[in-house]
Ligand binder design. Structure first.
Ligand code: 2P0
Length: 348
C-alpha cells in the first residue's frame, strides 16, 4: 500500500504548523537518478545542527491550488511555483490538493549567499509541514510512520532532503542494509567515537552557482563514466558503513575525500562540462592535506555541489583544528560556518 493511501479522501480544512529542519552533508554522494527521484546508488550523510530552515505553513480551503511563498519576509514567486508544481505532482494520489491554498513563510538560519544549498533543509521543512497536515486531518499518531512519510514526501521534492528528516548519520537508497529502500531514508547508528563529528564549512565563494543540482543529475544520463561511478559509489557506501561501525575515522575520511573529488570529476567530465571548484578550493585542500601529514590529526574534507569545503573531524580534536583553520585557512575563505552533528528536525 502506498504511504499516502490513508489520506486520499481527506477533507480540506484550515491548519497551521511550523517546522525547523536542518541541512545535511553527504559522505557518500547521490549524483544520478533512475526514474522519478530514485537514486542510482545509495547515499549516506550527516545531519547538521546550525544550518537550518524554519518554515511556517498555513493550509486553507480554496477553489484551486494556490501557493504563496515568502523567504525572509520577501515574496518569492519562483520558489512558490516550484512548490506548486511539486504539490500538483501529488494530486493523483491526494486529489484534495487541488482545493488547497498554501501560504509558506520560510527563513534560513545560515546567511543568504553563504553558498550553502538550502534545498535539503527547505524542502524537508515544507514536507514535514505537509505531513503534519496529513496526520492531523486524519488523526494519525504513529511517530515512526510520520517521519517515514515526511522522508518519502521530502524525496519527491528533492532527493537529498529525505535524509534531513532524521538526525545524526542517515542512509538512503537500496543497499545491503536491512530495510533499505529507494523510497525514504533511515537513521544509522555508528561507533561511539565517531558519533560527534564536526563540520567547519569553509565558504570559498557565496556566488549563486550556474548549474542546478537537478541539471547536474540529468547530465549523468549520458555520462561516459556513469556506470563506473555507480559501482564505485555502491562500494564506497559499503566501505563507509563498515568503517563508521568500526570507528575507523581514517578510512571514513579516505572515502569521504574520494567521494567529494569523484562527484566533481563527474561534473567536469559531463557531456556539457561544468566546474564548481575554485582556485581557493584547491588551495585549501592542499593545506588540509599538509596539516594532516604533519600532525597526524584526522581532519578530512568533502564538498557539496559547490566550491565550499566541508572540514570533517571528531569533536575531541576541535581546539587544535579550529586554531589551524583560523590561522592558516582564513586567507582562502569568505567566512567559516562552525557546524556539527544535529539531532534532526523539530516542530516549533
Ligand atoms: C548529495 N547532492 O548526496 C549530493 C551531493 C549534491 C552533491 O543531492 O534533483 O538537490 O532535488 O533530487 O537532492 C543535490 O541534489 O537533487 C545532492 P534533486 P538534490 O547530497
Amino acid at each position: 500500500m502506498s504511504l499516502l493511501e490513508p489520506f486520499r479522501d481527506l477533507p480540506v480544512k484550515t491548519f497551521e504548523t511550523t517546522w525547523r529542519s536542518p541541512a545535511n552533508i553527504a559522505f557518500v554522494k547521490y549524483w544520478g537518478k533512475k526514474g522519478h527521484q530514485i537514486p542510482a546508488n545509495p547515499s549516506l550523510s550527516l545531519t547538521l545542527k546550525e544550518c537550518v530552515t524554519q518554515t511556517k505553513t498555513t493550509f486553507t480551503p480554496s477553489e484551486n491550488l494556490e501557493v504563496e511563498l515568502f523567504l525572509g519576509g520577501d515574496r518569492k514567486d519562483a520558489f512558490g511555483v516550484k512548490i506548486k508544481n511539486y504539490l500538483h505532482s501529488l494530486e493523483a494520489e491526494l486529489p484534495f490538493i487541488k482545493n488547497l491554498h498554501v501560504k509558506i513563510d520560510t527563513s534560513n538560519t545560515f546567511p543568504h549567499g553563504a553558498g550553502i544549498a538550502s534545498s535539503a533543509s527547505g524542502l524537508s521543512a515544507f514536507a514535514l509541514c505537509f505531513t503534519d497536515y496529513l496526520h492531523a486531518q486524519s488523526g494519525q499518531t504513529d511517530e515512526s510512520l510520520f517521519f517515514k512519510r515526511a522522508s518519502f514526501l521530502s524525496r519527491l521534492a528533492s532527493g537529498s532532503a529525505c535524509r534531513s528528516v532524521y538526525g545524526g548519520f542517515v542512509t538512503w537508497g537500496e543497499s545491503e542494509l536491512a530495510d533499505s529502500t529507494d523510497e525514504y531514508a533511515h537513521p544509522f547508528e555508528v561507533h561511539p567515537e565517531l558519533k560527534y563529528l564536526r563540520d567547519s564549512v569553509l565558504v570559498i565563494s557565496a556566488e549563486e552557482k550556474n548549474v542546478s543540482s537537478r541539471a547536474g543529475h540529468d547530465r549523468m544520463k549520458e555520462h561516459a563514466f556513469a556506470q563506473a561511478r555507480f559501482v564505485q559509489a555502491k562500494q564506497n557506501f559499503t566501505d563507509t558503513v563498515v568503517a563508521l561501525k568500526m570507528g575507523d575515522m581514517d578510512r571514513v575520511g579516505e572515502i569521504l575525500e574520494n567521494e567529494a573529488l569523484s562527484l566533481h570529476a563527474m561534473m567536469m567530465t559531463s557531456p556539457e562540462s561544468f566546474t564548481l571548484l575554485r582556485p581557493n578550493t584547491l588551495a585549501a585542500i592542499e593545506m588540509v592535506r599538509t596539516f594532516r601529514r604533519e600532525t597526524n590529526l584526522p581532519l578530512y574534507f568533502t564538498l557539496d555541489a559547490g566550491p565550499n569545503l566541508h572540514l570533517i573531524y571528531p569533536e575531541v580534536f576541535r581546539s587544535k583544528i579550529q586554531t589551524f583553520i583560523q590561522h592558516e585557512l582564513t586567507p582562502f575563505v569568505v567566512r567559516v560556518i562552525d557546524d556539527e552533528r544535529g539531532e534532526g528536525p523539530v516542530k516549533c
